[in-house]
Design a protein around this ligand. Structure first.
Ligand code: ATP
Ligand code: MG
Length: 421
């Protein structure tokens, strides 16, 4: 029979890889909680209208990357392509703004985009993201950026660069767009087809195009940061000064526009030269208008999302070289040994001491072979002879040193020696 395979761009994360994923996710949770962010778990699918309205119709995601399908009654649903829209929807739906602000959330989970799969670009991928609601103070921008920087530095990811830009207010962008358009129309023949189309739908995105010809053609484009209102300029200056104060290094990148429509003011991205073409590890910015756009009160917000596949690709081997490890292998054999071994295994586990046994092995030799393969630190030998003496033999699987210990109270004794693994 034909074997059914997984979908293109959708990957299994196998047991050998889950320790490194847990390491990343645990660090993300730890740093989030340390900065005062609380976990939110939002649905994996939502009404299509939510993403269309928040992300913006003229974006890559909404134009061509969403997994959209009709529900049985015809309602259009979409697998979430990112986490901000759902978090904002939940914030509004549960009237969270009635509680004291600011409120700070984080999420971790799978996202779905129909893209051309390659290293670091999948159709089901995972993001860790944070959203800080309720303060327009530039220190909130500094806080989310610092959180991301501390996390990635803690994970020892190599060659990170933080790129910073300001998208100004919507008024600033409205004033700047015609200036940009008049520049772009002079260069139109040099632009890729996609950018010629974007000139009409989302001209700022032309600055973000990765096609070398487009980059060259827009090298001298007027910069949005030279057209900021005094308020936007001040906000940006405060963010940059804050980053310097806390020692987070950055580089200005006036071309950094980001794909999503809901950003304003601060826009940032962290890249690494270790990732090849997919060089963005994480990105974010301020989105003061989004809560209102989705039907909520006027609540300023700032956040980011980081791609965990890309973090995993960059994670140094040493931090994740450990596999799944266990403390005890219970080598129970013979009639009485086997009977007592079943109970001992359960006692050890109830104490929180990780323990294994291969039930297929019936001889000491077979058990020891499995124990050596098992990534256990010790074997507990329990045959009929030991059962008759009321004892076991504890064998250190690395040094091979052995000692005899009483079976009665064994799990408490071992717990006092090595509380856990
Ligand atoms: P890119 O320019 O790489 O397409 P993006 O601007 O679409 O990224 P965001 O929507 O800002 O990305 O998502 C934040 C992060 O999520 C990215 O920096 C990246 O690390 C990760 N990411 C985005 N799309 C994918 C994908 N298809 N596969 C794996 N990771 C992804
Ligand atoms: Mg993308």
């Amino acid at each position: 029979m034909d074997m059914i395979k997984s979908i293109k761009g959708v990957k299994d994360i196998l047991p050998e890889e889950t320790p490194r994923w847990r390491l990343i996710e645990d660090a993300a949770r730890r740093w989030s909680l340390c900065f005062g962010y609380q976990e939110i778990r939002i649905p994996i699918f939502e009404l299509t209208a939510l993403f269309a309205r928040s992300i913006g119709a003229a974006t890559d995601i909404v134009e061509k990357e969403m997994y959209t399908f009709p529900d049985r009654d015809g309602t259009s649903l979409t697998l979430r392509p990112e986490g901000t829209a759902g978090t904002v929807r939940a914030f509004i739906e549960h009237n969270r703004a009635a509680n004291p602000l600011p409120q700070k959330y984080f999420y971790i989970g799978p996202m779905f985009r129909h893209e051309r799969p390659q290293a670091g670009r999948l159709r089901q991928f995972h993001q860790f993201g944070v959203e800080s609601f309720g303060t327009s103070d530039p220190r909130a921008d500094v806080e989310v950026i610092t959180l991301l920087w501390r996390l990635l530095s803690d994970l020892a990811l190599p060659d990170l660069t933080l790129e910073m830009n300001s998208l100004g207010s919507s008024g600033d962008r409205a004033a700047y767009t015609p200036i940009l358009l008049s520049f772009l129309s002079q260069r139109e023949p040099q632009l890729c087809a996609n950018c010629r189309r974007r000139m009409n739908t989302n001209p700022l995105r032309v600055l973000d195009c990765k096609v070398p010809e487009c980059r060259a053609a827009t090298e001298e484009a007027p910069q949005l940061t030279s057209h900021l209102s005094p308020e936007a300029r001040l906000h940006f200056d405060h963010v940059l000064a804050g980053l310097t104060a806390v020692g987070v290094p950055y580089r200005l990148n006036p071309r950094l526009v980001r794909g999503l429509d809901y950003y304003c003011l601060t826009s940032f991205e962290i890249t690494s030269t270790h990732l090849g073409a997919q060089n963005a590890v994480g990105a974010g910015g301020r989105y003061d208008g989004l809560v209102e756009t989705l039907g909520g009160p006027s609540v300023p917000a700032v956040g980011f999302a980081v791609g965990l596949e890309r973090v995993s690709l960059m994670l140094p081997e040493t931090s994740s070289s450990f596999g799944n490890e266990y403390l005890y292998y219970v080598a129970a054999f013979g009639e009485n040994g086997t009977r007592l071994g079943l109970v001992l295994l359960d006692e050890l586990r109830r104490m929180g001491l990780s323990s294994l046994c291969d039930y297929r092995a019936t001889t000491l030799k077979a058990h020891l072979r499995q124990a050596d393969r098992s990534r256990c630190h010790y074997a507990i030998l329990l045959g009929d002879d030991e059962a008759a003496r009321g004892s076991i033999i504890l064998r250190n699987l690395e040094s091979k040193a052995q000692e005899e210990l009483p079976l009665a109270g064994l799990s408490s004794l071992l717990k006092s020696r090595r509380p856990s693994l």
